[in-house]
Write a protein that binds this ligand. Structure first.
Ligand code: G3P
Length: 497
């Protein structure tokens, strides 16, 4: 039977999606399921591992069913996932010892503050490209080993396995035969030396992590085992794995140094391809692995913003001033041009380049004339201003960005008003692709590459990226700088340090 279908599984923070693609990477069927978020204490965020597993299996089956294809036609599954989220399970039973600790969880803030005050951040940053922040997996795993009764002893006996979501799903899909992750997910643990491409013994000692809990690490396009036939009706090969922002970078076809993508979901993650040499950031961006193919690592500078679309959700669900997210763009377009309301959406602190976990959201510039429309405009403008902060930082770290074009995706990229304003504030073209599910597209591409269905990155045939619309800046640079200046002033007044 011809194998010509690629199946992408995108296990995200609030929902799980599966999309079936044909060999030309056109989506043919998809399925999506949301799952419950657990907030057991202020600042804590957890997921039930069985929810992650159940929704993954269900959406994979539904996408296959929707495509109406025999599972034996699947050339490969590509897995992409919310990154950093930490799971620990029993190797004998496959059961997790605790709920997954989600990337947004801040319970290890004190541990990170201690690392900074002890001067360990420099070592962390040099080896992993990351910063001492609870965002990453290492302190979450240390917390599990220290707080789950018996976990440390079991880990030291070799009885436990740690993994990010990709690794947990590979383990479950292959019936526990494979304990493996890919280089991009490993790069987000804060235990992985991104230059050598291996777990780092000094960091393992620093975090008291026994080496035996760690998975092996493979390329993003590689053989990650066969699924148990019982799951999808046939044994299907897993052939691609990448963290979701890295998969989006691949899906956006950002294969050349200088290419930049930004994904606007709950948060916003901008990745700039910097080629085969990691670039150390002087502006508190992250240095990370964009993808690893045939043993060659391509690096990126990453800016992570914790709130983008979440601010619009707050207008809808928290304030109740809009009924749908789409309404925000319509109202913003009608806002009074004379008002300059600024919303700094630091609801869960500020990420790059400020990294202020204690900052909280604030609204500035309210007058009696300000209303719903001005608040909507402020929420959407904040996305553009935050992106500008990231691209300014990227320019400082990697000056070769003069001809910058930003490739966008994610839910907010659907708003024409927001994308036009983004182009104005950046002073650069903003390109929106035809397939906006770029995360799934990237995962499918990686699986297709390994299966021999897709051309190598940069090869003349690697054209899975197609432009839907380009937004060009028309605002004068003076006006863009004036507005950005007002934003920067508001941020300064919000920071706690
Ligand atoms: O680093 C966190 C990121 O991978 C989460 O992405 O799309 O699941 O919110 P998303």
């Amino acid at each position: 039977m011809t194998t010509d279908i690629l199946l992408a599984l995108d296990q995200g923070t609030t929902s799980t999606r599966a999309i079936a693609f044909d060999a030309a990477l056109h989506p043919i069927a998809s399925a999506q399921q949301e799952f419950r978020q657990h907030f057991p204490a202020p600042g804590w965020v957890e997921h039930e591992p069985e929810d992650i597993w159940r929704t993954s299996l269900a959406t994979l089956r539904e996408a296959l069913g929707g495509a109406g294809v025999d599972p034996r036609r699947v050339a490969g599954i590509g897995i992409t996932n919310q990154r950093e989220t930490t799971l620990l399970w029993d190797r004998a039973t496959g059961r997790c010892l605790h709920r997954a600790i989600v990337w947004q969880d801040r319970r290890t803030a004190e541990h990170c503050a201690r690392l900074r005050s002890e001067g360990a951040e420099l070592l962390l940053n040099e080896r992993t490209g990351l910063l001492a922040d609870p965002y990453f997996s290492a302190t979450k795993l240390a917390w599990l080993l220290d707080h789950v009764p018996g976990a440390r002893a079991a880990a030291e006996r070799g009885g436990l396995a740690f993994g990010t979501v990709d690794c947990f799903l590979i383990w479950r899909l292959t019936g526990g035969r494979l304990h493996t992750t890919d280089a991009t997910n490993a790069a987000r643990t804060m235990l992985f030396d991104i230059r050598r491409g291996d777990w780092d013994d000094e960091l393992l000692r620093l975090f008291r992590i026994p080496r035996g809990v760690l998975p092996t690490v493979r390329d993003c396009a590689a053989d990650f085992g066969l699924t148990d036939a019982v799951h999808l009706g046939a044994a299907v090969p897993i052939r691609g794995v990448a963290g979701d922002q890295q998969a989006a970078t691949v899906g956006q076809g950002c294969f050349q140094p200088g290419m930049l993508k930004s994904t606007y979901g709950t948060g916003c993650f901008a990745l700039l391809n910097t080629g085969e040499t990691p670039v150390a950031s002087r502006t508190r961006l992250l240095t990370t692995i964009a993808y690893q193919i045939e043993g060659v690592r391509t690096y990126a500078l990453e800016g992570a913003i914790f709130v983008a679309g979440a601010a619009v959700q707050w207008l809808r669900d928290g304030l109740g001033i809009i009924a749908t997210a789409a309404e925000a763009g319509d109202l913003a377009a009608k806002a009074d041009a004379a008002q300059s309301v600024v919303l700094v959406p630091a609801f869960t602190g500020l990420g790059a380049p400020h990294w202020d976990a204690e900052a909280r959201a604030a609204i500035f510039g309210l007058t009696r004339g300000a209303g719903r429309a001005e608040l909507c405009r402020a929420a959407l403008e904040a996305v553009a201003f935050q992106t500008r902060d990231l691209t300014d930082a990227m320019r400082a770290d990697w000056p070769d960005t003069h001809a910058m074009v930003l490739r966008v995706d994610g839910g907010m990229a659907a708003s024409d008003w927001t994308m036009k304003f983004l182009a104005d504030i950046l002073g650069a073209p903003v390109d929106r692709p035809v397939v906006r599910e770029t995360t799934a597209l990237g995962a499918a591409y990686l699986a297709g590459l390994q299966a021999g269905l897709c051309p190598a990155p940069g090869a003349s045939g690697a054209t899975h990226w197609r432009l839907e619309r380009r937004f060009m800046p028309t605002m004068s640079r003076e006006e863009a700088s004036r507005r950005h200046g007002i934003w920067q002033d508001a941020v300064r007044r919000t920071l706690t340090h």
